[in-house]
Ligand binder design. Sequence first.
Ligand SMILES: NC(=O)c1ccc[n+]([C@@H]2O[C@H](COP(=O)([O-])OP(=O)(O)OC[C@H]3O[C@@H](n4cnc5c(N)ncnc54)[C@H](O)[C@@H]3O)[C@@H](O)[C@H]2O)c1
Ligand SMILES: [Zn+2]
Length: 349
Amino acid sequence: MKEIIQKDFEIYFGSEVLEKLAEILITKGYSKIFVLVDSQTKKHCWPILSPYLVNYELVEIEAGEKNKNLENASIIWTKLQTYKADKKAVLINLGGGVVSDLGGFVAATYKRGIDFINIPTSLLGMVDASIGGKLGIDLNELKNAVGLIQNPKYIFIDPNFLKTLPEIEKRNGLAEVCKHALIDDKPLFEKLQKISLLDNLDSLLFQSLKIKVKIVKKDPFEKDTRKTLNFGHTIGHAIETYSLKNDSLPIKHGEAIAIGMICEAYISASIQGLSQEELRKISSYFSERFLKYKGKLPVKELIEYMKNDKKNEEGFINFTLLKKIGKAKINATCHEDLIIKSLEYYQNL
Ligand SMILES: NC(=O)c1ccc[n+]([C@@H]2O[C@H](COP(=O)([O-])OP(=O)(O)OC[C@H]3O[C@@H](n4cnc5c(N)ncnc54)[C@H](O)[C@@H]3O)[C@@H](O)[C@H]2O)c1
Ligand SMILES: [Zn+2]
């Protein structure tokens, strides 16, 4: 078992982490244990966790982003109240980013905050969403519109949960795994290049999540360094928003930011000195593993979305770019023509 012990939270990684969880629950003496699952993690993950727990209440929500909302927050708060959860109760979030964002939000606000524990079960949850303390819900179709930053007490990561994760969800998480490598760890990118999506990623997971831990520790409130995690997300978010509004089967966040990373690598090569060879490596990495976006991307509309991005400052579209693989540059801006060219570059790949 590997571990990362920080001042305010602890991460345990490996196939024996659930024994460790059982041990910690006993020593902490929580007054009551609540477990939040969604309909999928109840089916696939709860049978693995339940033997390690005694005296718990299970709370279930439907799976999917549209359930990360105020109605479900209210249902969970009410459940905590009904079972008389006091300040010494704990909520365990067993699921992907939807469960940890929503459950964390509920726990951090119930009675001004009770402990919560994340057991991420999706790849994206393991390397990204369960770490860094960003919690929240969507409101009126605006993602993460209401929330706060607060760390879980513990994160237990058991890669065995990934066995039942659908391939499309693996690909979704892989984009963030690779983003961590591109902004901070060239040797990790070289290892990733050698494996395909379906290969066992377990040994690289810990390396990837350590990058997120390091970055959020330096800058928990996203004043500077944490912005490096936005690589691929300026263009990626615009594509994700467009696809959600227009496609009957919208592309996933990871797929959108994979396109975003190709485009932003192109911009990096034009204005930040990223070499043509590294641009080619990044483009082929993603185009070999991710499906090409079907249809034409409407550049003007995408640029409008980018202009409304909450990351912008003083009216400029804000980018995190790459100087080279493993080295990011935050707060970059560029001419609109270059954004258009980068989208053309992607479409002509
Ligand atoms: N807090 C953060 O820093 C942060 C970072 C990135 C993303 N997020 C949020 O995370 C969410 C996306 O997370 P996600 O991709 O994990 O989505 P998700 O939680 O919706 O999980 C994806 C799907 O996989 C299912 N699933 C999860 N684990 C499974 C398993 N082991 N076996 C079978 N099915 C399983 C889920 O039930 C769901 O249907 C978004 O709401 C996003 O805003 C938060
Ligand atoms: Zn992301």
